[in-house]
Design a protein around this ligand. Structure first.
Ligand SMILES: C=CC1=C(C)c2cc3[nH]c(cc4nc(cc5[nH]c(cc1n2)c(C)c5CCC(=O)O)C(CCC(=O)O)=C4C)c(C)c3C=C
Ligand SMILES: [Fe+2]
Ligand SMILES: [Fe+2]
Length: 387
């Protein structure tokens, strides 16, 4: 059997404060993160947003120690997975490929080539598929494969999502149960699932299965937990002026407090590592907001990181994927027939729906430009020399 590798895909995060602006630039340069009508607008707008957002974002990273723990944790997960595969009799190299920061996906592919990997399992560390996360990484890989014909020799399979794995669900339920048992009356605690949001248009226009997978996942975790606790699901980390999936976490927290709820166990659901949105947004911002609104006991359930049951399940998933029919990148990017990735396949002229959509988006960009100028005294109109 040929050399065996596993490629873990993840988002990446700034290692230090100086990395924040270039990291944000990479993120906003991705058309799966901000969808723009014209490709030439992408980089100027990415420059603009990363520059205006850097200071606030840096302040958040400063509060969690001056950088993201994502690289360290993902590398620990990779090592643990490699060891667990070895326990099961599989000699594999596990590689980490980040989308927006080091070690970049391109660096991981260079290492995979150098090591002459012949069989590869591509495993996103996002349990649920979204166009903006796994979809974006798959699209990048497809481009890398397209540009390097030698990669065609690698016999690979890609895993689109895995939120319904029994070992993952059990590990999540165990972490929640442990946290519930720290309350004086465990059965009365509200289990509050907070998922990372995406814009509504991703789900409704582009057919992103993300919301459906998150809702399915929450139901499965509650079944596995098998306790009488009430639960809610809300969406956090909204960015920009468009509508995101609702209810928003901050509104849902206030509403529960108004209903007189005092005990809350908050479960970060879309991501398997601690990162800025657990350590800063939930642990600091939402905690303060909840306590001010009247929640007395705000506990946060830890992220899985290298939880042994979780890592064991990932190892099983990888081994099973080797024997299952292989999924190609083009297939996993379109897990549902209706999923449309950006850019649209074909432009139609005239008063078409696409024209209306793009006109609307251009108008929103214009409004955004003016708002930036009004609120910040600088912005795109300054940048292009109009002001
Ligand atoms: C499943 C998880 C995630 C989804 C879905 C997602 C969508 C999404 N994110 C942004 C904008 C930003 N994301 C940022 C950082 C970030 N996002 C995720 C996860 C998901 N994003 C992670 C794991 C991280 C890295 C965190 C770290 O520890 O460094 C950031 C930068 C941080 C900040 O300034 O707030 C932005 C911006 C959009 C627009 C989006 C969907 C379209
Ligand atoms: Fe994000
Ligand atoms: Fe985010």
């Amino acid at each position: 059997m040929g050399r065996f590798g596993v490629l873990l895909l993840n988002l990446g995060g700034p290692d230090q404060l100086e990395d924040v602006r270039p990291f944000l630039f990479n993120l906003f340069s991705d058309p799966e993160i901000i969808r723009l009508p014209f490709p030439w607008l992408q980089r100027p707008l990415a420059w603009l947003i990363s520059t205006t957002r850097a200071q606030k974002s840096q302040e958040n990273y400063r509060q969690i120690g001056g950088g993201s723990p994502l690289r360290r944790i993902t590398e620990e997960q990779a090592q643990a997975l490699q060891a667990q595969l070895q326990n099961k009799g599989h000699e594999a190299n596990v590689y980490v490929g980040m989308r927006y920061w080091h070690p970049y996906t391109e660096e991981a592919i260079a290492r995979i080539k150098r090591d002459h990997v012949e069989r590869l399992v591509i495993l996103p560390l996002y349990p649920h598929f979204s166009i903006s996360t796994s979809g974006s990484s798959f699209r990048l890989l497809e481009q890398i494969w397209h540009e390097d014909p030698s990669l065609a020799q690698i016999d690979y399979t890609a895993i689109p999502s895995w939120y319904d794995r029994p070992g993952y669900l059990q590990a999540m339920a165990d972490l929640i149960a442990t946290e519930l048992d720290r309350f004086p009356e465990p059965d009365k605690v509200h289990v509050f699932f907070s998922a990372h949001g995406v814009p509504v248009s991703y789900v409704e226009e582009a057919g992103d299965p993300y919301q459906r997978e998150i809702e399915g996942c929450v139901a499965l975790i509650m079944q596995t937990l098998n306790r009488p606790n009430p639960h809610v699901l809300a969406y956090q980390s909204r960015v920009g002026p468009v509508e995101w999936l609702q209810p928003y976490t901050d509104d849902a927290l206030k509403e529960l407090a108004e209903q007189g709820v005092k005990d809350l166990a908050v479960v970060p659901i879309s991501f398997v590592s601690e990162h800025i949105e657990t350590l800063q947004e939930i642990d600091m911002e939402y905690r303060e907001l909840a306590e001010e609104a009247g929640i007395e006991n705000f506990h946060r359930v830890p992220a899985l990181n290298t939880h042994p049951g979780f890592i064991d399940d990932l190892a099983n998933l990888v081994v099973e994927a080797l024997d299952a029919p292989h999924l190609k990148l083009a297939q996993v990017m379109h897990p549902e027939k209706q999923v449309k990735m950006y850019p649209p396949e074909r432009w139609e002229w005239g008063m078409t729906i696409s024209a209306e959509v793009w006109n609307g988006r251009l108008a929103m960009l214009g409004i955004l430009a003016v708002l930036l100028e009004l609120f910040m005294g600088r912005g795109p109109l300054h940048a292009i020399g109009l002001l």
